[in-house]
Design a protein around this ligand. Structure first.
Ligand SMILES: Nc1ncnc2c1ncn2[C@@H]1O[C@H](COP(=O)(O)OP(=O)(O)O)[C@@H](O)[C@H]1O
Ligand SMILES: [Mg+2]
Length: 311
């Protein structure tokens, strides 16, 4: 298993982690059995000694975590799994302690379920205009995987979900580099993406639905989010599932998350429809704060400037 190059950046102000916690170390043998890629004991004892999960997971969940996260422990990116943040249809996000050598504090691990398929039967509108990607971020070329994809075999479904995850990671990288308010991507292996964690150990950042914005905060936030929709479009991306649920709010700042379905504006014929839907949901949310904006006008204005290459 090869890992992507890691992206580190110490500028983020991540809150401090708790210092006292019970430790639950996985035995080397259990880890080796559940993660054969960890290799023979002699090479990996040191790394395996570092594998720990403070979070009291069930046996099945602990095995899942050890399989999904072992490469990050081995590479000294993660030091501990502290708590689950949220489990959704396709993925569960965990709050993890970064390894001290990274210079980071908390890291979010988004672990996709092995058979998580974002309604795969219904994913064609999102996939249009984008390549299926392998776990190295390269377009899938070989006939075997294309056949499996077409026939929707079990293997084909694994290839498809791998492509979704790679798209999410690649999109995060592009948008983070462009200065968008998205979590900093840190690493990706198979079914897991590591990214900057929003929140602290006691409280993960709530989504916009879960907060009452302070007086005067709604208008600037709305405008900043619109600016980010524009920035994404300027980088040829439409989120395509933007809503208050996929915007986290922490210390007065909004961060847009959840990008596997993001589409390429230039090559996806549904891009405008998705853009309009994203803006409609955004406008609907901000209505409650007395902000009345026309999603149609905003979408048309943005789209026109995008097509005239004015963004
Ligand atoms: N970087 C992060 N920091 C803190 N919490 C996060 C982070 N990313 C996701 N979450 C939490 O996990 C939930 C699910 O993540 P999301 O990427 O939206 O996946 P899903 O496809 O399951 O909706 C989010 O609603 C949020 O509560
Ligand atoms: Mg989500």
């Amino acid at each position: 298993m090869q890992t992507q190059p890691y992206v580190y950046d110490n500028d983020d102000e991540l809150p401090p982690a708790i210092s006292h916690r019970s430790r639950w170390r996985r035995s080397n043998e259990t880890l080796r059995r559940s993660h054969p890629a960890a290799g023979p004991a002699s090479q990996h004892d040191e790394a395996e000694d570092d594998f720990q999960i403070s979070y009291q997971a069930s046996h099945a969940e602990a095995l899942m975590l050890s399989t999904a996260l072992a490469p990050f422990f081995h590479d000294r990116i993660l030091a501990d799994v502290l708590a689950p943040v949220k489990g959704g249809k396709e993925a569960t996000v965990y709050c993890c302690q970064a390894h001290p050598s990274t210079g980071l504090d908390l890291i979010a691990a988004k672990i996709y379920r092995p058979r998580a398929h974002r309604s795969l039967s219904n994913d064609a509108p999102y996939r249009e205009g984008r390549e299926m990607l392998d776990d190295q971020g390269k377009g899938i070329r070989d006939a075997r995987r294309h056949r499996a994809l077409a026939k929707k075999t079990r293997f084909g479904k694994d290839v498809a979900i791998g492509s979704w995850i790679e798209h999410e990671y690649a999109t995060l990288k592009v948008l983070y580099a462009a200065g968008a308010d998205v979590p900093r991507p840190i690493a990706r292996v198979e079914t897991t993406i590591l990214m900057a964690y929003l929140g602290d150990v006691r409280q993960p950042a709530p989504n916009l639905h879960g907060v009452n914005l302070p007086r005067g905060a709604a208008r600037p936030l709305f405008e900043r989010l619109l600016a980010h929709v524009e920035l994404m479009l300027a980088h040829n991306r439409v989120h395509a599932d933007l809503s208050a649920y996929n915007i986290l709010y922490w210390q007065g700042k909004a961060t847009i998350i959840d990008f596997p379905q993001a589409v390429f504006a230039l090559s996806n014929r549904n891009a405008y429809t998705f853009l309009l839907r994203d803006l409609t949901r955004l406008c609907q949310y901000f209505e409650r704060y007395g902000i009345h904006a026309s999603a149609e006008d905003l979408a048309q204005g943005l789209w026109e400037r995008f097509q005239l290459a004015q963004l």
